[in-house]
Design a protein around this ligand. Sequence first.
Ligand code: PLP
Length: 366
Amino acid sequence: MKNSAIAERMSLIDSSGIRKVFALASKLKNPINLSIGQPHFDVPQEIKKAAIDSIQNGLNKYTLTQGIHELREKIKAQQKEKNISLEEIMITSGVSGGLMLAFMCLVNPGDEVVVFDPYFVMYKHLIRVMGGIPVFVDTYPSFNIPVDKVEQAISKKTKIIVINSPCNPTGAVYSKDQLKDLADIAKKHNILIISDEIYNEFIYEEDSVSIAEIHENTLVLNGFSKTYAMTGWRLGWAGGPKWLLDEMIKLQQYTFVCAPSIVQYSGLKAMDYNVSLLIDSYKEKRDLMYNGLKDYFEILKPEGAFYMFVKVPHGLNDEEFAAKAIEKNLLIIPGSVFSERNTHFRICYAAENKVLYKGIEILRNL
Ligand code: PLP
């Protein structure tokens, strides 16, 4: 029974889907774990050293709420090289921190936010806890942007369209043409786009394009968690129109205060680190997993991130299939954690190749 002291808004969200998986997983001793959404490598040595040096050099105090000047300028310059001019930038406590600030500053009760299904699960819950209404646009089976459906999903109450390319959980990467079509719709209806680009280094085919190159009214969210395996360090950034960033900075002042100081200084070092070899090894993992499963499952070859979203075979639903996998000591996540449908499951292939081989073997036998 919930304590009556808990605010009503908390009943708008739940964590039952993921919790079920963790409850089942806790029974396993040494599972083949293809469920965790983070890189399997450790933070590169140079970046660790930068963090240690920052501590030793006394960079341990509060920073400016919007983040240290050097890091903001470095991000601004990096974006400019990609033809993206961001009016204002702030440093956040991960992309999660940026998402929370953005939704809190933008969403009034009853506002609608278009979210592509399958989606990163945080969007749905954050929108709901603000009293907003996530309007899901189904992207099955191609996981591309279905332009007609987006038009149909827009109403007078639509305030934001959220996109995530490369996508968690599908690995889909939106092409420039798709993004142009989406930007046209957003312009026509004067809608802000929130573009979560946290996987933008994990691209295996063509170069990534940011919708911010095309659509000015965009809030870009990005971070260091995935590219440099710094998931526990909590560093991200938000960039976009000044009218929005000013409000987000104001709110950060009274919530997070600032992103961790030593991590901000380490971020400067991280941005000089070349991840291309790591990305090459992730492309190999993508190929290994895809080639191992494609003759056994209905599966689209993902072009980015480190996930595959695979159709559950033989008329089972996603939870039944995940339970069967767990019986064989394999951890995967039922698709309904990321979707209004229950027909798929998510694999994360950010793991040692020997783990991937074992996972493929178990999945084939299933
Ligand atoms: N956005 C997406 C699409 C993610 O997959 C994740 C983490 O899994 C996040 C945001 C959160 O990232 P951060 O660690 O920067 O808060």
